[in-house]
Design a protein around this ligand. Structure first.
Ligand SMILES: Nc1ncnc2c1ncn2[C@@H]1O[C@H](COP(=O)(O)OP(=O)(O)O)[C@@H](O)[C@H]1O
Ligand SMILES: [Mg+2]
Length: 279
C-alpha cells in the first residue's frame, strides 16, 4: 500500500523540530540565512554541516531563540517544536518545553565546580530537589568523568570535561531535544569519539533528539542518521548520512577523500568556483 508522501515538516508527531524557510537578519541589514528549511524526526540525530561561517550557529540560535541577544532576528518563515510555533518564545520558555542549546565553545561557569555547573542547568525546573538529585546521578552515569571531577572548578578541567559538563548541564533541564553546536571543536579525536558515543547512548536510551552543528563532517556523518549541508546561509544538499558519505562532492569538499589525486584546499576551492560558474 502506498500513501501520498507527506513532507517531513508536516508529519506531525513524528517530527520534533521543523524549521520552515527561515530568513535571519543581523543588525537589521545583514542577511545571513536565506530560506533555510530542515526537520528533525523525534528520536533522531541530525547533522547540520558546513564550513566556518556557513550559518550553522545562526540556525541553531534561531531555533533556541538566542538570536535576539546578538541583534539577530528571524524575519521570515516559521519554527515548530513539538507541535507548537516557538519562534516568538523566550529561550527559557523553550527550555521548559524541552528544547535546549549547548553553545559552541562549551560555556561552563569556570569559577563553579562541575557539580555546581550541573545544578545551574536545573533552573527552569519546579519538581524539587529529589528529582534533580536523581537526574544528577543519571548525568554521572553517562559521564563517569564528571563524577570523578564533581568537586573541581570547571575552569581547571580539560576541554573534553568542559564539553561533557556543558552537555550534562543541558541534560539537567530534562530536554526532549538538544541543539549541540560544534561539540568536537578543539578536542583530540579520542575525546571527540568518547563524546559522540555518549550522545549516541543518550539518544538510544533516553530518547533525546539531537540537531548537531559540525564542521567535522566525517564524525558527524558516522553518528547522525541524516545530514544537511550549508553554504553561505543556504542548505545546498541533504540526505541520509550513508548517501552523503558516498556522495562524490561531499567526499571531495567535506571529507577530503575525493577520487583521483588529492587536491590541495586552494585547488579544491578554485575548482568549486569553476563549477559554480558552469552552473
Ligand atoms: N552577531 C552577528 N552579527 C553580524 N553577523 C554575524 C553575527 N553572527 C554571525 N554573523 C555572520 O553570519 C554568518 C554565519 O555565521 P555562523 O552562523 O556563526 O556560521 P557557522 O556557525 O556555520 O560558522 C557569518 O558570515 C558571520 O560573520
Ligand atoms: Mg558556528
Amino acid at each position: 500500500m502506498s500513501i501520498a508522501a507527506v513532507p517531513a515538516a508536516e508529519a506531525g508527531t513524528d517530527t520534533i523540530l521543523s524549521v520552515n524557510n527561515i530568513e535571519v537578519i543581523y543588525d537589521h541589514v545583514i542577511l545571513v540565512l536565506k530560506g533555510v528549511s530542515l526537520s528533525v524526526p523525534r528520536g533522531g540525530i541530525v547533522a547540520l554541516l558546513g564550513a566556518n561561517g556557513a550559518g550553522k550557529t545562526t540556525t541553531l540560535k534561531a531555533v533556541s531563540n538566542l538570536l535576539r541577544a546578538e541583534r539577530g532576528e528571524v524575519t521570515k518563515g516559521s519554527i515548530v517544536f513539538d507541535g507548537e510555533r516557538v519562534d516568538r518564545m523566550t529561550p527559557n520558555e523553550l527550555v521548559r518545553r524541552g528544547c535546549i542549546q549547548v553553545m559552541e565553545g562549551r560555556h561552563c561557569f569556570g569559577h563553579l565546580t562541575i557539580e555546581e555547573n550541573l545544578l545551574t542547568g536545573a533552573f527552569t525546573r519546579r519538581d524539587g530537589a529529589a528529582a534533580i538529585r536523581r537526574d544528577m546521578e543519571m548525568v554521572y552515569e553517562y559521564f563517569p568523568r564528571l563524577r570523578q571531577r564533581r568537586n573541581s572548578m570547571s575552569g581547571y578541567t580539560s576541554g573534553g570535561e568542559q564539553q561533557m559538563c556543558a552537555i550534562g548541564r543541558a541534560l539537567m533541564s530534562r530536554p526532549k531535544m538538544i541543539l549541540l553546536d560544534e561539540p568536537s571543536m578543539g578536542l583530540a579525536p579520542q575525546v571527540v569519539e568518547e563524546i559522540f558515543e555518549i550522545v549516541k547512548d543518550l539518544n538510544a536510551k533516553e530518547g533525546v533528539s539531537f540537531l548537531l552543528a559540525e564542521q567535522n563532517t566525517n564524525i558527524a556523518l558516522r553518528y547522525a542518521t541524516y545530514g544537511y549541508i550549508m553554504e553561505t546561509g543556504r542548505i545546498v544538499m541533504d540526505g541520509d548520512a550513508a548517501s552523503l558519505r558516498e556522495n562524490e562532492d561531499v567526499k571531495e569538499f567535506y571529507l577530503g577523500i575525493g577520487e583521483g589525486e588529492r587536491k590541495s584546499f586552494r585547488e579544491v576551492k578554485s575548482y568549486k568556483r569553476r563549477k559554480r560558474w558552469l552552473m
